[in-house]
Design a protein. Structure first.
Length: 288
């Protein structure tokens, strides 16, 4: 059986990306502290417990709890984690001028949950996007230990290079086993799925994913974190949510004020009460 490579938390960006380009996924050991993991569990526990289970694909004994930017300051730290975010920017740079936060979700696989069907996350946009465009880079942070028995994510190393016509065989998948605080980083093209939980305890992971800013987000961040909530966040996180221009002419809005008082076709930052920072993304609109 294939195995995923595990790197130390001090691994360089070049080392991490080298493995992702080769295998489609990599595990980084111990990147989240025990203290931060405890904090996130404390902040989100009530929401997770109250979340209803899903369907046949999402999991009839699996819960998925979102809107983590608003609900969990600890998750905001993970979203902005330097080494991961640096990898995301470099990995997606050939295909965009700006990246965005795609979704935030705590996935809780309960005892008795069967294996999730194997899939590619890029299928959120269907299969019309050319295979040579990689639309996203994803993470699953371990809030509990991930073991083969409790439903560790199943990944087929190298499947990110496969043609769509090639069907996956479950025997080709390996378990992304990792300790609490570790993170699985994987491309949107690699074939994977949640594992079967044959243990007596929940398996919990924080799914934080990033995508090209010119694509529609899977989790609508403007509704999950509307302007009144986003105003208090640091600018880097506001921009990842989408409150900045995604490219030369993508993302502007018009202020709804009496005639002559509001700005026309202005950058999203003005909805948060500030002017845009210099992001290096060219724009044809007025930033004043």
């Amino acid at each position: 059986m294939n195995q995923l490579q595990t790197l130390d938390k001090h691994a360089t960006r070049e080392e991490i990306l080298s493995v992702i380009h080769r295998d489609g996924a990599v595990i980084i050991e111990g990147l989240m502290s025990e203290q931060l993991a405890d904090q996130i569990e404390e902040e989100t526990g009530n929401y997770v417990t109250a979340t209803k289970t899903g369907d046949g694909f999402a999991g009839v004994k699996t819960t998925r709890t979102g809107a983590l930017v608003v609900r969990s300051p600890g998750c905001r730290e993970l979203i902005l984690e330097d080494s991961v975010l640096g990898c995301v920017r470099e990995f997606l740079a050939p295909f965009c001028e700006q990246i965005q936060l795609h979704l935030t979700q705590i996935i809780r696989i309960q005892p008795g949950q069967a294996k999730q069907p194997l899939h590619r996350d890029r299928q959120a946009w269907g299969e019309i996007m050319p295979p040579n465009i990689e639309p996203q880079l994803n993470t699953i942070w371990a809030l509990t230990n991930f073991t083969h028995k409790n439903g560790a994510t199943q990944v087929i190393p190298g499947s990110h290079t496969w043609d769509y016509s090639r069907r996956p065989d479950a025997a080709e998948a390996c378990s992304a086993e990792m300790s609490r605080g570790s993170v699985l980083i994987y491309s949107g093209s690699v074939i994977h799925g949640g594992g079967a939980n044959e243990s007596t305890e929940d398996r919990q992971g924080i799914n934080i994913t990033y995508s090209l800013a010119w694509l529609r987000q899977e989790e609508n961040q403007y509704l999950s974190c509307p302007p009144d909530q986003a105003k208090g966040l640091e600018p880097a996180l506001q921009e990842l949510l989408g409150y900045t221009m995604g490219s030369v002419a993508c993302g502007y809005f018009t202020e709804l004020k009496p005639a002559g008082e509001g700005r026309e076709a202005c950058p999203p930052e003005f909805a948060l009460g500030r002017a845009p920072r210099a992001t290096g993304v060219p724009s044809i609109i007025d930033h004043n």
